[in-house]
Every structure is written in structure tokens, then in C-alpha cells.
Design a binder for this molecule. Structure first.
Ligand code: PEP
Ligand code: MN
Length: 328
């Protein structure tokens, strides 16, 4: 239930009164008036009793499950890029993993020359096997920031655990939450408290509702905006790595009006199909694409088979009508 206070009411006293009734209370600020969201299952709630508390203006059953998502900004500036429906599509490009300073500098130079605005790269990698390359961590963050700054790019990188939140926050412009972490709620909170926009990848088995509610967690804890990233859900066919859910892209984009970026690289796991699914993603309403790009995919330490060499990224962007016309 949603308890809205009268202007000038003593919010602290009202919060105490609610807690004393055994209610679980979350304070919502930032709107026109102070509101408390109360968990009505945690105790029998007498609506009339709550209305009797001095300073309470109304008690209502909320109509929306994720009000902050519904109200979040529709145009989001990240480094040199503007992410919005109707704006030129945003391209995030770069390697799966930051492998060395030389590698990220070389790739940053190539993608910047193609007019890409945001550089991606994993410093902390969520790998299925503990024996696979886990990323260079903090050092890679510094290499990536340096490369991005040298070529006028923004940085997109994954936050994998709370311990690295401060350093990821200090280096990144857009905080990526990986598919495997979409419902890691303490991590979402740590990411949100960095007060930077979040790129929230869809969990590989997550429903759209769960995805939206994870975004709500981010916004409740202070993230200025959430960009949704569809990266494929679990299918049964091994011919592609995952199943790109374009229906969900259209739903979030066209029905909810939310910004969705599609990552065809992880959805497909193979570079040959990336142009076709990139076209499809933009047609379905995506505001941008995240494209793994590597100058030497054959020796990449992770996800080489799905990485585009810069020449193929160039051809793709030309084919999409996104060839270099300035940063995007
Ligand atoms: C990634 O973007 O490098 C990544 C690990 O993606 P996902 O979380 O979608 O698997
Ligand atoms: Mn990858």
C-alpha cells in the first residue's frame, strides 16, 4: 500500500507510527510529496487506522508495480552518447575482456574512428569455469579509462561484486550488471549507490516482470536511470548460444517506452549472424546495440567466436546507416 503524506507533515513521526504497527516501510522521495510504501502482508493493515495518523493524506493500493521504472528519464546522456528513442542508435563496442593495455588502446582507436561513442570491456569477468580467464580486475579498469579518454569514448564495464564497486564506479560511465547477476539484489544496490546509469542485462531465465523489478531495485537505491540489455535467454537449440527475445525488446520499447539495447553477440555466440539480428533488433525498437569487437578474435581470451573484427563492425555500421557521422 502507498501512504502519501500531507505537505509539511512530520515524516519521521509518521514512519515511527507505521513501524510501531508492525509494518515494513520503505520511504519514497523525489516525487511531489513524501510517500511510504508499506508491505501490507507484514501485518493486518487497517486503512482507516492509517488514515487516522496525523499528517497522512491518503492510503491507496498502488496501481503500478514499478513506479520508478515507469517514471524514469527517457533520454539518458552517457559520455558522448545520448540514449533515447528517436535519437540515432547508440553503439557500444569493444572486447569481451580487457586483455592488456595495448589491446584496449588498439580497439578503442579503431572503434572511435568508426564513430562509436561507448567502449565496452570486462575487467571483472563472470566465467562459467573457474579455470577460464577471470579478467585483470582493477588494472584493466585503469587501462580502459585511459584508452577511452584518449579517444573521447565513454566506458561501459561490468560490476561483479560489491568489493569492487568503488573502483568500478570511479572508472565507468555506465555500470553493467551481467546476466548472471540480474537478481543479485545487494549487488544491484551497490551499483545503484554509485549514482551512475546502469546497463541491466536480462537474466538468462528471467521473465520481463522480474527484469523490470530488478530495474526498480536499482532506481529505489539511487541509480539515475536503467537501460535494459536483452542478451538472449536460454533456449534448447545449440546452434546459437542463446535465444534472442525480440518480443521482449518490442514490449519494453514500444509498450513501456523504455530504452533497450540489444547484445546480439552473447545472444548468438557467432559473428556471422550478428548483422541480421542487429537489423532485427533496431526494427523491434532497440535504441542501441552492444557489439563485442576484437582486433584479433582468433586469440581472444574470451568470446572470440562472437567478436567482430573492426572491419566487420565498420561494414555492419555502414549497412545499418550508422557509419561515422560523429560520436553516437
Ligand atoms: C559480457 O557482456 O561480457 C557478459 C558476460 O555478458 P552476459 O552477462 O550477458 O553473459
Ligand atoms: Mn563476452
Amino acid at each position: 500500500m502507498l501512504v502519501t503524506l500531507e505537505p509539511g507533515a512530520d515524516a519521521q513521526a509518521i514512519q515511527c507510527a507505521l513501524v510501531e504497527r508492525g509494518l515494513w516501510v520503505r520511504k519514497l522521495e523525489g516525487g511531489a510529496s513524501v510517500e511510504f510504501w508499506i508491505e501490507s502482508q507484514s501485518a493486518a493493515v487497517e486503512r482507516d487506522g492509517l488514515l487516522g495518523i496525523r499528517g497522512v493524506a491518503s492510503v491507496a493500493v498502488p496501481q503500478r508495480l514499478h513506479p520508478l521504472v515507469d517514471a524514469q528519464p527517457r533520454s539518458i546522456e552517457i559520455g558522448p552518447a545520448r540514449i533515447a528513442r528517436g535519437a540515432p542508435a547508440t553503439v557500444i563496442a569493444g572486447p569481451c575482456s580487457v586483455e592488456s593495455k595495448a589491446q584496449i588502446l588498439a580497439i578503442a582507436e579503431r572503434v572511435a574512428a568508426l564513430g562509436v561513442g561507448l567502449l565496452r570491456g570486462g575487467a571483472y569477468k563472470p566465467r562459467t569455469s573457474p579455470y577460464a580467464f577471470q579478467g585483470h580486475g582493477e588494472r584493466a579498469l585503469g587501462w580502459m579509462r585511459e584508452a577511452a579518454d584518449r579517444f573521447g569514448l565513454g566506458v561501459v564495464t561490468e560490476l561483479l561484486d560489491q568489493a569492487s564497486a568503488a573502483s568500478v564506479g570511479a572508472h565507468a560511465d555506465l555500470i553493467q550488471i551481467g546476466s548472471r547477476s540480474m537478481q543479485s539484489f545487494p549487488l544491484l544496490r551497490a551499483a545503484a549507490e554509485l549514482k551512475k546509469p546502469i546497463l541491466l542485462k536480462r537474466g538468462m531465465s528471467a521473465t520481463v516482470e522480474e527484469w523490470l523489478l530488478s530495474a526498480e531495485h536499482c532506481l529505489v537505491h539511487g541509480a539515475p536511470a536503467v537501460i535494459f540489455c536483452e542478451r538472449g535467454i536460454r533456449g534448447f537449440d545449440q546452434n546459437t548460444r542463446n535465444l534472442l527475445d525480440l518480443g521482449a525488446v518490442a514490449l519494453l520499447s514500444e509498450v513501456h517506452g523504455l530504452p533497450v539495447i540489444v547484445d546480439p553477440s552473447h545472444a548468438l555466440g557467432r559473428r556471422d549472424l550478428i548483422p541480421a539480428l542487429s537489423r532485427a533488433a533496431l526494427a523491434a525498437g532497440a535504441v542501441g546495440l552492444m557489439l563485442e569487437t576484437h582486433d584479433q578474435p582468433g586469440v581472444a581470451l574470451s568470446d572470440g567466436p562472437q567478436a567482430l573484427p573492426p572491419s566487420e563492425l565498420d561494414a555492419l555500421l555502414r549497412g545499418l546507416g550508422l557509419a561515422a557521422t560523429g560520436k553516437r
